[in-house]
Ligand binder design. Sequence first.
Ligand code: SAJ
Length: 430
Amino acid sequence: MTELIAKLEDRSARVVVSGAGYIGLPLALELSRAGFTVTVLDPNREKLDAIASGKSYVESIADAELGAAVGSGRLRGAAQPNVLDEADVVVVCVPTPLDRARRPDIGHIRGAVDDIVRHQHAGMLVVLESTTYPGTTTELLVPRLGERFAIGEDVFIAYSPQRTDPGNRDFGIRNTPKVIAGVTPACLSAARTLYGTVVDRLVAVSSPTTAELVKLLENTFRSVNIGLVNELAVLARCLGVDPFEVVEAAATKPFGFMPFYPGPGVGGHCIAVDPLYLAWKAAELGLEMRFAGTADHANRAMPSYVVRRVGEVLGSVPLERAKVLVYGVAYKRDVADIRESPGLAIIHELVRKGVDVAYMDPLVDEIHAGGSELRSVAPGSSFAPYDLVLVVTDHRTLDRERLIREARLIVDTRNALAGAGGSRAHVHGL
Ligand code: SAJ
């Protein structure tokens, strides 16, 4: 233990980050900047080539900073798990998606743990960062990693969820408080020493299961509140009320309220996924977590609701004869990520209804939706040729005044045009 702590303190500890995604690569970069020699372990050849050539594929990392870290020799990528033979620290940042039945799929975590066990040696700190159901660390990592090594003596196991807000320029790894938990006090101490080199404030909780539940609460809280305002938006429309005006006015309450905004649905592989990990675990225990499932249902109903709104606003133009431009397919503003994006579901449904659909997204060149490959219309193109422009993602770069000026009809699902100049008779909300 003391040897590991000493290596962490003098930065001689060799770190492997398993998973070169939007969580693993930023963490690897931050640890390399703190002085560690870090290897990002990932089977994806494209990612490894990009890392080697200093070409960032993660919005929060500039090419120059990635190139500098690689050039310094402190950061490299690798595909072979044998790099674990030399590792003092392994941080597992692999995806935790849903399977076809929308149940947790921790196959990537299992694979990463299998690799670690095959290359395990005394003195390793293993931290799981992936968002997962409560109990994963104690039910999977502890028995596997504790098979041949004593936990808290010659293997140290911790759980510490990542908090990242893609596109958020104010908060990064260093200034976002990080929850950590160890299987034993010695495990916590090792994790605290590691993360203390890259995070200003650590929040130690009493067990890995606690930390796993903290993360799921954070994201389920968001999903449930988004589901609430999405349901409210449908009611508001029936009442002839603007749901965004309702939320903005409620947000003037200086205590006991936090604004969430209705939209075309919930995308990304966190808020759309994590609550179902919680609901699944509850069901395993014979409990029902109704809020998680209800919110998921409300949020997944929004794309079809938006398609109905398009039909209503088109009025006498039948859907099958309409030409519609979808502005934005990324799951949220100013990111290029289309995972679980409601924009894709909306395009799929419009195509199925015979609509002539095109999309424009300055950050997403092409998509596969509605059974075909679509390429983005050039961002500067005119909005005039379409019967209706549907705003699905409110990228900051959208020329709001030009859209209002040129488009015949607009459905704005993000309230993106609030405050923009020009006549509004042809602008319709959710
Ligand atoms: N959305 C709404 N209305 C809202 C907020 C969001 O419709 O009021 C939609 C967004 O457009 C998007 C989806 O929900 O499609 C998710 O957006 P998000 O910002 O809540 O979630 P992510 O996946 O981009 O990032 C989140 C983090 N976001 C914030 O804290 C603001 C955080 O919940 C997690 O740290 C992160 O996922 C993660 O990695 O778990």
